[in-house]
Design a protein around this ligand. Structure first.
Ligand code: GLY
Length: 402
C-alpha cells in the first residue's frame, strides 16, 4: 500500500514536472523582442545610475515630474520604498553590474528599520520586493531575519474575526481591506517555508479566501476597498479609494488581483486560486475598454471623454502576472496569456511609454497613474511600473533559455 502510494506520487510528480516543462517550452519568445529587452536592460542600467545621483542619502524615489524636472521622493515608510532596491537588484540579476548591487545594498540599510513597522500592510511590497530579491541573489542570515521580522509585523495586522489583514488604519469600528493586499501575501508564504511556522500560510490563505468571497463581483472584477465590521466581521461597505467609482474596476486593482492569485496558486497549488486568476485574466483581456496596445486606461469604467489617462504600471504588473499564469494552464490558453504579455512588453518598450535615455529622472517608464481622485501622481513615472516591467522582461527572457 505504502509502495503503491509512493509509486503513484512519483508518477504524478513526474507528470506534473513533464507537463510544466512542456508548457514552458510551448511558448517561443520573439527574437526581435528579446533584442529589445537586451537594449532595455542596458538603458535601465544607465537610467538607474542616473536616478541614484538624484537622491539624497535617506531618500527613496517616488515619482518624477518631467515638466518641472523634479524628483519626488519619500522616506522608507512609504509603501513603494522597496521598489527602488528591488529594481536595482532585478537589473543586476540581468547584467551583473556591481555598481547596481552596491547602490541596492546602500539603500537596503536605510530600509531595514521598516521590518518593525506594524502600521502598514505594505510590508510585502516594501520588504519582499527588496530584501526578498537580495536574499534570492545572495542569501544572508541578516536578510532572512529582516524578512522574518517583516512577516511577523505583517501578521500582527490579521484579525480572526474578519479573516483578513487590515490594510489601512482607520477608526476602530472600521476595518479596511484593499485588493492590493493580495500582493503582500507572498512574504507570508515565504515565512512559512523558511520558519516551518504554518501560521503565516494560514493567514495568507484565509485572507485570499475572504478576498475571493468579498472583493469580487460575478464578472471577476474587483472592488478596491471592503470595509468590514471589526467586531462581527460582516461586510459593511464595498467602495473605491483610487478608482473612478465604487462600482468601477480600477485598472491597477485588477492587475494586483491577477498577480496576487497567480502567486497564491503557485504557493498553494489550490485550484480555486488558479480559477480566480483565470477569471481575472478574462475580465482584463476581453474587456471592450482595453486599448489595442493592452496598456489599460486607469479605470475600466472611466468615462470615454475626454480620453482617459493610461496606467502603464497596471500593464507592467499584468504582463508579469500573465507570464507566470501561462505556465499553469493548457497550451491554447497559455498562448493567449503569453501573447498578451508579449504585446504589453513590446508596447511599453516603445517611445510612447519608455523614457528616452537620460530623461525622466532615470525612471524607465512614463505614463503611470498613482491616485487620480486625490490628484496625486498623475501621468508620471512610478517605481512599481519599473519594477514589474523589469520583472516581466526577465520572465519573458527565461522562456528563451528552456
Ligand atoms: N497599493 C497602492 C496602489 O496600487 O496605488
Amino acid at each position: 500500500m505504502q509502495l503503491k502510494r509512493l509509486i503513484l506520487t512519483a508518477v504524478f510528480g513526474f507528470a506534473c514536472l513533464a507537463g510544466f516543462a512542456q508548457s514552458k517550452s510551448n511558448f517561443v519568445p520573439q527574437k526581435d523582442l528579446l533584442a529589445t529587452i537586451r537594449k532595455n536592460i542596458t538603458d535601465a542600467d544607465a537610467q538607474y545610475k542616473l536616478m541614484a545621483t538624484l537622491l539624497k542619502p535617506n531618500e527613496f524615489p517616488k515619482a518624477y515630474h518631467p515638466k518641472e524636472s523634479r524628483m519626488e521622493t519619500s522616506n522608507s515608510g512609504w509603501w513603494c520604498s522597496g521598489f527602488y532596491p528591488g529594481t536595482l537588484l532585478q537589473i543586476y540579476q540581468q547584467n551583473h553590474d556591481q555598481a547596481l548591487l552596491t547602490e541596492a545594498e546602500r539603500i537596503l540599510a536605510v530600509l531595514a528599520k521598516e521590518q518593525y513597522n506594524t502600521h502598514t500592510h505594505d510590508l510585502g511590497f516594501m520588504m519582499y520586493c527588496s530584501f526578498g530579491n537580495a536574499n534570492a541573489i545572495a542569501p544572508k542570515p541578516e536578510y532572512k531575519q529582516v524578512l522574518i521580522n517583516s512577516a511577523k509585523s505583517l501578521a500582527t495586522r490579521f484579525s480572526p474575526v474578519t479573516g483578513t489583514i487590515r490594510s489601512w488604519d482607520s477608526k476602530p469600528a472600521d476595518y479596511l481591506v484593499i485588493i492590493d493586499n493580495m500582493m503582500n501575501l507572498e512574504l507570508l508564504f515565504w515565512a512559512t517555508k523558511v520558519t516551518g511556522d504554518s501560521s503565516y500560510y494560514k493567514i495568507a490563505v484565509t485572507h485570499a479566501n475572504n478576498t475571493i468571497k468579498n472583493h469580487y463581483r460575478p464578472d471577476y472584477s474587483s472592488y478596491h476597498v471592503v470595509n468590514y465590521d471589526a467586531q462581527t466581521g460582516a461586510v459593511k461597505e464595498r467602495k473605491t479609494a483610487q478608482g473612478f467609482a465604487n462600482e468601477s474596476a480600477w485598472a491597477r486593482g485588477q492587475a494586483w488581483g491577477l498577480y496576487g492569485f497567480t502567486m497564491t496558486y503557485r504557493e498553494t497549488k489550490d485550484k480555486r486560486y488558479l480559477d480566480q486568476a483565470k477569471g481575472i485574466a478574462k475580465f482584463i483581456l476581453n474587456n471592450p475598454k482595453l486599448p489595442a496596445d493592452k496598456v489599460p486606461y486607469w479605470d475600466y469604467n472611466a468615462p470615454d471623454k475626454p480620453t482617459p489617462l493610461r496606467d502603464a504600471s497596471a500593464a507592467a504588473i499584468t504582463a508579469s502576472a500573465l507570464l507566470e499564469l501561462c505556465r499553469y494552464v493548457d497550451k491554447t490558453e497559455g498562448q493567449t496569456y503569453f501573447s498578451a504579455a508579449q504585446t504589453i512588453i513590446a508596447n511599453l518598450s516603445s517611445p510612447t511609454y519608455k523614457s528616452a535615455p537620460g530623461s525622466n529622472g532615470g525612471f524607465l517608464l512614463q505614463h503611470s497613474l498613482g491616485h487620480l481622485p486625490a490628484g496625486t501622481e498623475i501621468d508620471v513615472p512610478l517605481t512599481y511600473a519599473d519594477y514589474y516591467f523589469v520583472e516581466a522582461m526577465a520572465r519573458y527572457k527565461a522562456f528563451a533559455k528552456k
